[in-house]
Design a binder for this molecule. Sequence first.
Ligand code: AP5
Ligand code: MG
Length: 216
Amino acid sequence: MNIIIFGPPGAGKGTQSEFIVKKFNLFKLSTGDLLREEINKETSLGLKITSIVNSGSLVSDDIINSLIENIVSNQTYKNKIIFDGYPRNLPQAENLNKLLLKYDQRIDIVIRLKVSLNVIKKRITGRVICSKCGKTFNEFFNPPKDNEKCCKKEFLQKRDDDNVDVAIKRFETYENSTEPVLDFYKKMNLVKDVNGEIDIESIYSKINDYLSVIEG
Ligand code: AP5
Ligand code: MG
């Protein structure tokens, strides 16, 4: 099963992907995570894209598509991918279709998390990530517990693009470039809408119902 998890910045794509990966034994392909890895390692690609990512615009399709082909072509991940944050515009969606055909695969479902800009602002400004284990928390909605073994206060970091101004820019980029991708998948009858404003467990339960039907 290949899945696309779709939605605006801060919708909960990463959070839900973690649950889905564990339950259905999938591989999470987050283009945002891949780009941040390049930025943190200060590779030549990382240096090139830092200001683009931190301004909330999209990185060029050529860069993104080559990251994707590396993984879609890998037999280990065949029909086991959850795409988080890709495709983000129509050319990327068309490229993904071509790649899937080339490697004899297809998308089984597109889960769209619906969340309003007001909720997004709070989610994004409250997000903290443990630099040791990568776990994501939220200062307002799910702070790390005091007795947490790994994720102590001193390890918690914010993303450079997680402030209100860039969040608004990312949301605009989503509305202008990414949302039109939904029509592409609606024509293929693949889109399932899920309310992304309820609690994390209830959202996962709805997604789990959809995926369990596909798994049979
Ligand atoms: P990317 O990393 O993909 O960021 P994004 O799409 O803006 O999404 P986020 O990661 O911010 O949010 P999320 O939906 O994963 O939410 P999360 O689960 O963390 O992309 C970053 C940048 O990279 C882009 O702006 C662009 O520059 C570039 N890029 C990436 N892909 C690209 C592509 N394909 N093409 C071109 N450029 C690309 O949750 C957010 C917070 O809310 C957390 O604190 C979480 O704990 C909390 N939370 C989650 N769910 C709930 C809930 N139900 N209730 C309460 N709190 C919740
Ligand atoms: Mg994410």
